[in-house]
Design a protein. Structure first.
Length: 280
C-alpha cells in the first residue's frame, strides 16, 4: 500500500456505507462556492479531509458555508478567493493552503464558466476567459502543487471536465475545446505522476442542474429559437438516456473514491458520469 490516503468503508448507525480517510488529507477545490465544486468540497469534508474553498460569491454566504462544513464534519475549512484567470493568484492559493494545512495532497480543478454562441459571433473575451478558467487554471494549480506531491510520493489531481470533453455540441466552441484540452492535460500529468504515487483523472459529468447550467438555458433558447422548457427537455436531457440530471452528491462520492488507495491504479482516465450520454 502507498504511504497513505488509506480509505476504509465503514457503516454508520443508519447503515450508510461511507468512505472515510484514515489519514488526514488536505484538498483544494477550485470554484467550490457553488454547484459541483461545493458538492465535492462537502463530500471531501465529510470524508475527513481539510478543505480549501475557492470561488466567487457573496462574502457572508461563503463564510456561512465555510463555517457549516467545518462544524458539520469537524475538519479545517478555509477560503481563498483566487481568480482562476490570474496565475499569480493561483500560486498564492496553493501557497496559502500549504501554510494553512501544512501540505497540499489533493487538487480538484473544478472552476468553470460557459458561454453559448454561434462561432461567428463568439466574443473573443469569452473565448479567452473560458480557456483560462476551464483549462489553463488546472495547469497553474498542478504546476504549483506537483513538486510537493512528488516529494511525498502521494497526490491526487482531479479535473472536473465534462461529457463535452468527449463529445461536442454546437454553439459551445470554447467550452468544448477547453474540456477536450483538459483530458489531454489529464493524461500527461497522469504519466508524469505515475511513479510518484500521484494520480490524475478527469470526471466527465453530463448535465447537473447547477447555476452554470441554469444560466445557459436562456442563451440556448435564444440561439435555437425555442422555449426554455424545450431547452431542458429537448436539448439538455435529450442526450442523457436516463432523462435525469446528475447530482453533485454523485460527483462528490466519485471524487472521494479517487482519493482512496483503492483508486491508486485509476490514472489518466476520463470517467463519464452522464447517465449513458457518451455511450451513444
Ligand atoms: P457553477 O456556476 O455552479 O460554479 C462554478 C464555480 O466556479 C463557482 O464557485 C464560481 O464562483 C467559480 N468560478 C467561476 N469563475 C471563477 C474564477 N475566475 N476564479 C475562481 N472561481 C471561479 O458551475 P458548475 O455547474 O458547478 O460547474 C463546475 C464545473 O463543472 C465546471 O468546470 C463545469 O464546466 C463542470 N461541469 C458542469 C456540468 C453541469 O451540468 N453543471 C456538467 C459538466 C461539467
Amino acid at each position: 500500500m502507498a504511504q497513505g490516503g488509506a480509505a476504509a468503508l465503514s457503516q454508520d448507525d443508519t447503515g450508510t456505507r461511507e468512505l472515510t480517510m484514515s489519514i488526514k488529507r488536505n484538498a483544494i477545490i477550485t470554484g467550490s462556492t457553488s454547484g459541483i465544486g461545493l458538492g465535492v468540497a462537502e463530500a471531501m469534508a465529510k470524508s475527513g479531509m481539510n478543505v480549501m474553498l475557492n470561488g466567487f460569491g457573496d462574502a457572508a454566504e461563503i463564510e456561512a458555508t465555510r463555517a457549516r462544513l467545518a462544524a458539520s464534519y469537524g475538519v479545517d475549512v478555509r477560503y481563498n478567493g483566487a481568480d482562476m484567470t490570474k496565475p499569480e493568484q493561483i500560486d498564492a492559493l496553493v501557497a496559502d493552503t500549504r501554510t494553512a494545512f501544512g501540505q497540499v495532497d489533493v487538487v480538484v480543478n473544478n472552476a468553470g464558466i460557459q458561454h453559448v454562441s454561434p462561432v461567428e459571433e463568439f466574443p473573443i473575451a469569452k473565448w479567452d476567459a473560458i480557456i483560462a478558467i476551464n483549462l489553463s487554471s488546472a495547469f497553474h494549480t498542478s504546476r504549483a502543487a506537483f513538486a510537493e506531491m512528488k516529494a511525498r510520493g502521494w497526490g491526487r489531481i482531479i479535473n472536473i471536465a465534462s461529457a463535452h470533453g468527449l463529445v461536442a455540441s454546437p454553439f459551445k466552441s470554447a467550452y468544448v475545446a477547453a474540456k477536450h484540452g483538459i483530458l489531454g492535460f489529464t493524461k500527461t500529468i497522469a504519466l508524469e505522476g505515475a511513479q510518484h504515487g500521484i494520480t490524475c483523472n478527469s470526471i466527465c459529468p453530463g448535465y447537473v442542474l447547477t447555476p452554470l447550467v441554469a444560466a445557459q438555458i436562456p442563451d440556448t433558447a435564444k440561439a435555437r429559437g425555442i422555449s426554455e422548457e424545450e431547452v431542458k427537455r429537448d436539448v439538455l436531457l435529450a442526450a442523457q438516456p436516463t432523462k435525469e440530471f446528475v447530482t453533485v452528491e454523485q460527483l462528490g462520492a466519485l471524487a472521494v473514491f479517487l482519493c482512496s488507495d483503492d483508486a491508486a491504479q485509476i490514472n489518466g482516465a476520463a470517467l463519464p458520469v452522464d447517465g449513458g450520454w457518451t455511450a451513444q
